[in-house]
Each structure stands twice: as C-alpha cells, then as structure tokens.
Write a protein that binds this ligand. Structure first.
Ligand SMILES: NC(=O)C1=CN([C@@H]2O[C@H](COP(=O)(O)OP(=O)(O)OC[C@H]3O[C@@H](n4cnc5c(N)ncnc54)[C@H](O)[C@@H]3O)[C@@H](O)[C@H]2O)C=CC1
Ligand SMILES: O=C1O[C@H](COP(=O)(O)O)[C@@H](O)[C@H](O)[C@H]1O
Length: 256
C-alpha cells in the first residue's frame, strides 16, 4: 500500500502503537510537536497543529489524515483543550479540506461519554451488567477534556456535511501496552491493546463510510461500549480481551 497518510501526534502513545503496527503499510507524513530523539523513517514536520501554514504544508499531497495531536489529560484545563484540541482540530480540518484530503480519522475518547458512568459505576464495569453505549447516544462528557473531544467529533460532522470529507471518530478507551491495567476495573472494561489499536486504525483508513462514531476498545468481557458499529462500518476484528490477562503490576485507579 502506498496511500499517503498524515499522522499528527506521531510521537505519542497512540501514535507509537499505530506506527509499530502499520509503519510499513502507508506512505506516512508525521507531525511531531518537538524534534523526535531518533530520526523518523518517514517525511515529517515539527510544530504545532494550530499553525495553519504548517498544516497546509503537512496536508499537501495527503489522501487521509489520522489526527491524534492534542492534550490527552482527563484533567486538562479549559485553556489547553480550547487551544490544542478544539482550535487545533479546526485548523487541521481547514488545511485538510483545502488540500483535498478524502478521509480524516479522529482520536476521540471515552471521556466524551464519561458521565454515563456516574450513576452506573462500578456495576457497569462488570460482566454481569448488560448496559452498553453504542455511539448513537448523545454525548455526556465528564470533564473539559471530554467536552473538547465532543467538539472534535462535531467539527467532523460539520466538515463532512459541508465539504464531503469522510470522517471516522474513534472513541478510544484505555490504550495500555502489553497487558490491561491491573486493579482498575474501568480500565479493564475499556482496554485497547496495541495490536487492536493498529488494526482498528487500519480499518478506519481502508473502509468506506461517510461519518462514523465508533468505540475503540478490545473485545473485553467487561465492556460497556458496543463494538457492533466498529465491526459493521469498518470491519474491525479485535483479537484481545482483558479477561485473558492476569498480572502483577498495579495501576492506580484515578480519582473520579
Ligand atoms: N492513550 C489513550 O488511552 C487515549 C488517547 N486518546 C486520544 O488520542 C490522542 C493521542 O493520545 P496519546 O497518544 O495518549 O497522548 P500523548 O500525549 O502520548 O500524544 C499526543 C501527542 O500530541 C502532541 N501534541 C499535543 N498538543 C499538540 C499541538 N498543539 N500540536 C502538535 N502536537 C501536539 C504531543 O506532543 C504528543 O506527542 C489524543 O488526542 C487523546 O485525546 C483518546 C482516548 C484514550
Ligand atoms: O482519553 C483518554 O482516556 C484514557 C483512559 O482514561 P482514564 O481516565 O481511565 O485514564 C487516558 O488514559 C488517556 O490519557 C486519555 O487521553
């Protein structure tokens, strides 16, 4: 495959999982926020996603974009998510549309729907609870970071309807390398393994769709996000399940 794809946030955790799994599959252009320690094995840019001139250059000749760059902290302050996540996504969409980009895959988050958990936790993290979100529900963000992710999804809705770009919003769960979070039921319910992350993004780059919101988790027994839409619209076939792991490392459950 030689499809030219721009990957923003290439130096981060999700970017690493995607490049580890799909590094040879696409003709990547990478956007880093600061100079990477090792010289990348692909064309790359260094700078900020809010820099319109840089984004115009980065999108030139690109067919698809995977947009990860942003502030990923659940407690990120409003000023940061407004600038990095909301404004940055708008600047990137403008550049992508001007460059004729056909498809944009956007890293949304479980935090876009975090407040669905408020009255249901911890039961919904357990296998005997049948409650599932499927992506058609209205958002219920649990913090300003989640609000910014909903804004990103909604920007995508606008740019799709106004300009026709295909958009896939992936509400990523908890990406953790090698094994699911330990002693963290919520994290086990929404675990996304590295190989499932790479595969899901490959399906989002290959499948044909108009505008989608899907959940990005592995096929965990504990899940409260439905994978049906990701399977149906993208052909996602997850291989991992947090129930198949037991570990000794401890991951602190964050305060909610
Ligand atoms: N890691 C996870 O489990 C989840 C991640 N996500 C989303 O996936 C995306 C990537 O997250 P991670 O890889 O975990 O975070 P990360 O912090 O490891 O990577 C994000 C990258 O974006 C860069 N960046 C931040 N602001 C930027 C800006 N204004 N311009 C250019 N680059 C900028 C950072 O320098 C960093 O390299 C984020 O949008 C996050 O909201 C969503 C749900 C779960
Ligand atoms: O959106 C995100 O979600 C994951 C999982 O959320 P958490 O509240 O269980 O940690 C988080 O690790 C990641 O940093 C964030 O961007």
């Amino acid at each position: 495959m030689n499809d030219p794809v721009l990957l923003t946030g290439a130096g981060g955790r999700v970017g690493g999982a995607i490049l580890d799994g799909l590094g040879d599959e696409y003709d990547w252009t990478l956007l880093y926020h600061s100079q990477p320690a090792e010289e990348p094995d692909a064309d790359y840019f260094v700078g900020d996603v809010t820099d319109a001139d840089l984004m115009a250059e980065a999108c030139d000749g690109v067919e698809s974009v995977v947009h990860l760059a942003g502030d990923p902290r659940r407690d990120a302050p409003w000023e940061s998510v407004l600038q990095n996540n909301i404004h940055g996504t708008k600047v990137l969409y403008d550049a992508a549309i001007d460059a004729g980009v056909e498809k944009l895959v956007y890293a949304s988050s479980n935090h876009a729907v975090g407040h669905f958990e408020t009255e249901r936790k911890p039961d919904l993290y357990r296998t005997d609870d049948d409650f599932k979100l499927n992506g058609t529900e209205l958002p219920r963000p649990g913090n300003f970071y989640g609000v910014s992710k909903v804004a990103g999804e909604t920007l995508g809705r606008y740019y799709h309807d106004e300009h026709g770009v295909a958009v896939c919003n992936i509400r990523i769960g908890n990406l953790t390398k090698a094994h699911p979070p330990i002693d963290y039921e919520r994290g086990q319910a929404m675990w996304l393994s590295h190989r499932d992350c790479a595969h899901l993004h490959q399906r989002a780059l290959e499948a044909e769709y108009e505008y989608e919101i899907v959940y990005g988790i592995s096929d965990n027994d504990r899940k409260y996000y439905s994978l049906e839409r990701a399977k149906e619209a993208l052909g996602y076939e997850p291989k991992d399940n947090s129930a198949h792991f037991s570990g000794e490392e401890r991951v602190e459950e964050p305060e909610s």
